[in-house]
Ligand binder design. Sequence first.
Ligand SMILES: [Zn+2]
Ligand SMILES: [Zn+2]
Length: 392
Amino acid sequence: MTSLDDAMNIKEDIIQWRRALHRIPETGLILPKTAAYVKAQLDEMGIPYETFEGHSGILAMIGDPARGKTIALRADMDALEIQEETGVTFASENDKMHACGHDAHTATLLGAAKLLKRRDADLKGCVKLIFQPAEEGPGGAAPMVRDGVLENPKVDAIFAMHVYNLENAKIPGMIGLRHGTMFASDDQLYLKITGKGGHGSAPHETVDPIVISAQVILALQNIISREVKPSSPAVLTIASLNAGRGTTNIISDSAEMLGTIRTLSFETRAFVLQRIEEIVAAVTKGFRADYELRFFDSYPPVINDRDVTNIFLESARKVISEDDIIMLGDSLMGGEDAAFFFEKVPGTYFLLNTVMPIDGIVYPIHNSKFMLDDSVLYKGAAVLVQAAMDAM
Ligand SMILES: [Zn+2]
Ligand SMILES: [Zn+2]
């Protein structure tokens, strides 16, 4: 029996798991109900697992590392602070929502677990199933890496999947991927510029943080337009600027801003972050102001490894037809904290098209009406199982 036939037989299980998880969305690092649900399914399948201090991540293991390589399959389990408006029968029972489809990722990985457990005796190595919390923030992958989930036995390759409304794929069940960067790096910026407040009629007695902020913001855009190689995409957005006291005649003491930086390579990322610091330092010094600059919630880019991705493509072709595999032209500028796993272990991240219109309209992820077609998740499970077995 092929992985796809195998997976088709548990299609309804995966749908049922996904819908059960969809009702109980939880956010952040601690996901008590979600983790309890996953553990209950693993218990029923007879799969041993490990849990950790400080977060709800779960590491399950199938097979034996003594027989060969160790392959990791990763799913995120967390939801978003969004009130669901889909009107489906299995809608969220609280004020959060699985609007990024992580319920589907968790259910798909449970499906893969069930299929792999059945083949336990024939596995030529070991599979680690990583169920992680807090992908949407503050990040659950980095703590799990620190907890050693990629060690003992050391993971040789990793695979991960995200449901998606794939642009050129009209049919649910198609997959999309690319060699190289799948997801951009994602760094958040906090910048405070401190000048000297005073009367609006006497600017010479002050150091005006608003005028200096304007100079800084424009100068920073020169990094993108004049300093980064045009063939290496980068985005720098200052999304918030807070200054002043809501009056017309008081020059404030300081201004604060928040922004985000996206790049597609480790090199460009390091360059942009370094130039931000240098430009902020130079412009504020030039205008006699001080600054405080911090980068936080930083995710590296997710880069698909060439060799592992070639193996993955062979595996995918065994499970779904060549026509249903789309090689993507562009990377996604969104961040994905699976990057902390991919930074340590070569892997392939792919997208599963699960487009599902509501009243004729396709809503994107992170929308309160986002819905996905869970009848094709078994295909994702089949691809994960095949890739894990072939990569061993
Ligand atoms: Zn998301
Ligand atoms: Zn997501």
